[in-house]
Design a protein around this ligand. Structure first.
Ligand SMILES: Cc1ncc(C[n+]2csc(CCOP(=O)(O)OP(=O)(O)O)c2C)c(N)n1
Ligand SMILES: [Mg+2]
Length: 371
């Protein structure tokens, strides 16, 4: 008997394809440092453009020095940032001081630019509690180690802003791996349902430690996950500072004007290892892949663009490098000069009122430390 295929009333596969095809990548500055045809260039003065470049160069040096300090045993936990400067620094550049930044462990540069003294960032790396005592008026949380936990917290902070009629946003950063966590979906959904002024940035650096992006989700993009939460989603070239700035600025405007949250996927790459704890990227990616991404370097293309406009040159770049090195040296000295944390600090920082067993231990250590 010849079988007759029943014509579907709807084509679910086509619906998905249609949605996925909408998520094309926003780019303003191409790999050669030229403005892409028809792109809308964000309104930034020459001074602002120069400052953005200055911060990206500074951050690259901070990364190089942090790696070297870690190798010398002078820093503890460190997650390299080179390659992600446009994604991190240009997104932060679109914010205001009153905005609240909730970073992941790789997002130390954003909180330093938001006001955390560098020596405290170094102390955080060493696991010293003083690194996590955020100065009054600096609107940040310490970098989150639990993948995705900061997403729900960002929704909470954003809802707080909304309830208080404050024109500010909560911005949070996670990675491609983080976008697979339950917390991610809960956070973006809740923010969408309650119109929270939040910006969720997924820095898609192609790997979650050694797990490649292809294994992370069947979705063609991570940006499209916004659709399920009923919020705007944007895929942006995360190696292009002007594009990243533009989409975050727009998301911020929308959020503070009652338009709710936005999910932004920044397509980028980390040049270094996952962390300095010992993973070897050559075991999970090829040098061809590294080379392809290095051609997209955010500093190279922005430098070319700014030199073309006559607002950047070698002298300016060298001055930033020197300044960064000097600041880092001062900050590490300040971190070294901070008294080492004691066991009693650890105990008293954990609890407002100590449980009986810890009270006993506290007394024992207080006695030991006094000698
Ligand atoms: C809840 C949780 N699960 C697992 C880990 C271990 N872990 C640390 S980093 C990482 C990969 C995260 O990758 P991604 O979100 O892409 O961020 P990236 O490191 O690439 O910036 C994992 C699985 C963790 N810290 N927290
Ligand atoms: Mg990743």
């Amino acid at each position: 008997m010849a079988s007759k295929t029943k014509k579907a009333q709807f084509d679910a596969v086509k619906t998905l394809e249609n949605i996925e095809n909408q998520f094309t990548m926003v780019q303003v500055l191409n790999e050669k440092g030229e403005i892409v045809n028809g792109a809308s260039v964000p309104e930034l003065s020459d001074e602002q453009l120069e400052e953005l470049m200055r911060r990206m160069v500074y951050t690259r040096i901070l990364d190089q020095r942090s790696i070297s300090l870690n190798r010398q045993g002078r820093l503890g936990f460190y997650a390299p940032t080179a390659g992600q400067e446009a994604s991190q620094i240009a997104s932060h550049f679109a914010l205001e001081e009153e905005d609240f930044v909730l970073p992941g462990y790789r997002d130390v540069p954003q909180i330093v630019w938001h006001g955390l003294p560098l020596y405290q960032a170094f102390l955080w790396s060493r696991g010293h509690f003083k690194g996590m005592q955020i100065p009054e008026g600096v609107n940040i949380t310490p970098p989150q180690i639990i993948i995705g936990a900061q997403i729900i917290q960002a929704t909470g902070v954003a809802l707080g802003f909304k309830k208080r009629d404050k024109k500010a946003v909560a911005i949070t950063y996670t990675g491609d791996g983080g976008s697979s966590q339950g917390d991610f979906y809960e956070g973006i959904n809740f923010a969408g349902a309650f119109g929270a002024p939040a910006i969720f940035i997924v820095q898609n650096n192609q790997f979650a430690i050694s797990t490649p992006r292809e294994l992370q989700t069947a979705g063609a993009t991570i940006a499209q996950k916004a659709v399920s939460a009923g919020i705007p989603g944007v895929l942006v070239d995360g190696m292009d500072p002007l594009a990243v700035y533009a989409v975050v600025k727009e998301a911020r405007e929308r959020a503070i004007n009652g338009g709710g949250p936005t999910l932004i996927e920044t397509m980028c790459y980390r040049y270094g290892p996952h962390t300095m704890a010992g993973d070897d990227p050559t075991r999970y990616r090829t040098s061809d892949e590294d080379n392809e991404w290095e051609k997209k370097d955010p500093l190279v293309r922005f430098r070319t663009y700014l030199e073309g406009k006559g607002i950047w040159n070698e002298d300016k770049e060298n001055a930033v490098i020197e300044q960064a090195k000097e600041d880092i040296q001062k900050a590490i000295k300040e971190a070294d000069a901070t008294p080492k944390q004691k066991v009693t600090d650890l105990i008293s920082n954990m609890f407002e009122k100590l449980p009986v067993n810890l009270e006993e231990q506290y007394e024992i250590y207080k006695e030991k430390e006094s000698k």
